[in-house]
Design a binder for this molecule. Structure first.
Ligand code: IVH
Length: 671
């Protein structure tokens, strides 16, 4: 069947447009048309090709997923071997690398191209006359696997190069990766289907590319970043690595947006610091940075040593995952009685620190991991996140390793452990009889935003509870200076200071006092709201469910929790004892009855105040019946502006919300 000329032309035009928009979307990350429009063009092309099958060419955007599943991958030979990189683990090793290069080249300072070291797998793409002919894995560097039909499904890999001027044979190399968000999504999908999940994005990327059925690969969120050239024939490319990358981007390949040109070892180290600070905010995992001598002539002069170039080096970040042995699983009891299983580990250096404990979260997580005492486990510590066990190396499990069971009774006080419907945590039912909960409750009680007792740290609280001196929070006010002085690591002076700090803390505010009680569901803001609403402790303790829910932002769950707390005779007793010890606060007239000018008004605070902290200002406003919220909206009554205000000031001006300076605020508070 002959193809009408206008159909042929239309198909060519559609391909060009689709390729262009594909490039804008996947390579430059700046789409210009809505997805629906893109889909419409693709459908129109598909339609034409269905009608005139002779129109179909392999590099057509409709042909990304086409081929049948393979029986096995063919081997391909890399005519130019795919090398690896030497590693530097500290600034000295980077300086050595730079010095060696300078000496060999006889230069004072070297220009480097610096790039993230992406954590995926190396891929070679071969373009002949601009058409993608082959995609291959690195393999052993000389022999890799032909994964052409899989790489074709990755949208950031052009099936045909854009523009013109590319060499007749252009091989490029780069990293196939999976972004963290895509990885999470894939694992969630795998879990839903009851299929195996992946340990990390790199494994997921590798597993996805090594699928014999390209339809599976197509459904995996893979991306490709090009980081350099391979074989080049029949044409020339720019003489600087950075310019070559820029040219490859024009030809349609995705180049990492963090790439930069830097000068000398110091330039490299500054780049490293910059990227290290950004590491957790990137959308994908990187395990270091790579420095490459930028000038191609200098690269040639430096050449190779064994399997790695002398002109490039990888500067590794501290690993965020390491293997170690799980010695035991302990169970910790928190303030609310929640039982947290904690892995005791053989110490291991990971994420820049030595780790010997990692959280196992809860029973469900332990079952998901199937982690057992004695197992070899992978521990992860990324950024400021607490270390966690991410997987178990099952092959290394010893025979007879037994499953872990959450205890049915509290390991500290022996009370029954329950797990409520819909809750992840199992809890000790011992309440304040449980020493672990008591310790946490006391630490909370004396903390800065609660009773603010200086000098009563963790170790001291442990001693006080373990020695039986303190059974509940009210006991801390009954301990004499002599008793404190007799404790470990306490001298006369510290004991005297502590007694003074305790004395000082007795003069507090109602809001702080409520917060200090540690009622479940009652955080700092709710505590201050309750104080403002009810005004007196007696009113609060007498309030029923319905009255509680009339306070701003108190719903049924919070109300229930407050009722339950005050219904316990031992809690009432503790409160009486606290009052008897002299804990007091200025009387508050509840906002509702006082007719405070601030009652019901909504405030936003921004910038630094001179005469008080923002927390104090917030508490003062709440105590007068006002609400303090985090962001400015049309409903905001005032925005209080301190030194160096943030974008909230702009927002206030934009929405024409009245602003107040510190003096204005103080006047309002005095009224
Ligand atoms: S250049 C001759 N640049 O690191 C230079 N490699 O240990 C060859 N990698 O297998 C590599 N990001 O998969 C280079 N920006 C980057 C890279 C990078 C990740 C991987 C690559 C290679 C391994 C080398």
């Amino acid at each position: 069947m002959t193809i009408p000329r206008d159909v042929e032309r239309r198909a060519a035009e559609l391909r060009k447009q689709i390729e262009h928009h594909n490039y804008l979307y996947y390579v430059l990350d700046s789409p210009e048309i809505p997805d629906a429009e893109y889909d419409r063009m693709l459908r129109e092309l598909q339609h034409l090709e269905d009608e005139f099958p002779a129109l179909v060419i392999p590099e057509s955007p409709t042909q990304r997923v086409g081929a049948q599943p393979l029986k096995q991958f063919n081997e391909v030979r890399h005519e130019l071997p795919m090398l690896s990189l030497g590693n530097a683990f500290n600034p000295d090793e980077v300086a050595d690398f730079d010095r060696r290069a300078r000496e060999r080249l006889g230069e004072d300072e070297i220009e480097y191209a610096a790039e993230p070291k992406l954590d995926g797998l190396a891929i070679s793409l071969l373009y002949e006359n601009g058409v993608l002919m082959r995609g291959a894995t690195r393999g052993d560097g000389t022999w890799g696997e032909d994964v052409t039909q899989n790489v074709r499904t990755i949208e950031s890999i052009p099936l045909r190069l854009l523009g013109s001027g590319y060499p007749a044979v252009l091989e490029v190399r780069g990293e196939a990766i999976m972004a963290r968000a895509g990885f999470e999504l894939l694992n969630a999908r795998q879990r839903d289907k009851g299929e195996k999940t992946f340990v990390n994005p790199r494994n997921a990327a590798a597993g996805s590319l090594r699928q014999l059925d390209p339809r599976i690969t197509a459904a995996r969120p893979l991306q490709f970043y090009c980081y350099g050239p391979g074989r080049i024939d029949g044409g020339t490319v720019p003489g600087r690595h950075s310019e070559l990358l820029a040219r490859l981007r024009e030809w349609g390949l995705r180049i990492n947006e963090e790439s930069a040109v830097v000068h000398g070892a110091q330039g490299c180290l500054d780049y490293y610091a910059r990227l290290a600070a950004k590491r957790d905010a990137l959308a994908y995992d990187i395990d270091g940075v790579v420095y490459k001598v930028n000038r191609a002539d200098q690269q040639r002069a430096l050449g190779f040593v064994s399997r790695a170039p002398r002109w490039a080096i990888a500067h590794k970040f501290p690993a965020q995952e390491e293997m170690t042995r799980l010695l035991d699983i302990d169970v910790q009891v928190g303030r609310t009685g929640a039982l947290t299983p904690v892995a005791r580990l053989e110490s291991v250096f990971v994420g820049g620190v030595t780790v010997s404990n990692a959280t196992l979260h809860n029973q469900d997580e332990i079952e998901r991991l199937d982690v057992r005492k004695g197992d070899t486990v992978v521990v992860r510590r990324a950024g400021d996140v607490i270390p966690e066990v991410v997987s178990v190396v099952k092959e290394k499990r010893r025979r007879g390793a037994r499953r872990f069971r959450m205890p049915t009774h509290c390991p500290v006080c022996g009370s029954e452990v329950v797990r409520l419907e819909g809750e992840a945590a199992a809890r000790c039912t011992g309440g304040l009889f449980c020493a672990a909960q008591r310790k946490q409750a006391i630490r909370h009680f004396v903390s800065r935003r609660a009773m603010d007792v200086d000098g009563l740290g963790e170790k001291l609280v442990e001693q006080l509870v373990d020695s039986g001196l303190v059974r509940n929070v009210s006991d801390v006010y009954r301990i004499s200076q002599q008793q404190f002085a007799a404790l470990e690591r306490m001298g006369e002076t510290s004991a005297a200071n502590l007694v003074a700090a305790l004395e000082k803390s007795k003069s507090t505010t109602f809001g702080r006092f409520i917060f200090a009680l540690g009622i479940r569901q009652v955080g700092e803001t709710t505590a201050h709201t309750l104080a403002a609403h009810f005004g007196t402790l007696d009113a609060l303790m007498a309030a029923d469910d319905e009255q509680l829910q009339q306070a701003p932002d108190v719903g049924p769950i919070v109300a229930q929790s407050i009722c339950t707390f005050f219904a316990q005779p031992h809690n009432r007793e503790v409160i009486e004892n606290l009052r008897a010890s002299g804990v007091h606060w200025p009387a508050e007239t509840p906002a509702v009855t006082r007719g405070s000018v601030l009652a019901g008004k909504s405030f936003v605070l921004t910038g630094t105040l001179e005469s008080m902290t923002r927390d104090a200002a917030k508490a003062a406003l709440i105590a007068r019946g006002a609400k303090v919220t985090a962001s400015v909206s049309k409903k905001t009554d005032y925005v209080v502006i301190g030194e160096n205000p943030g974008s909230k000031l702009d927002k206030a001006q934009q929405l024409e919300v009245p602003t107040l300076d510190e003096t204005g605020l103080l006047k309002l508070l005095e009224r």
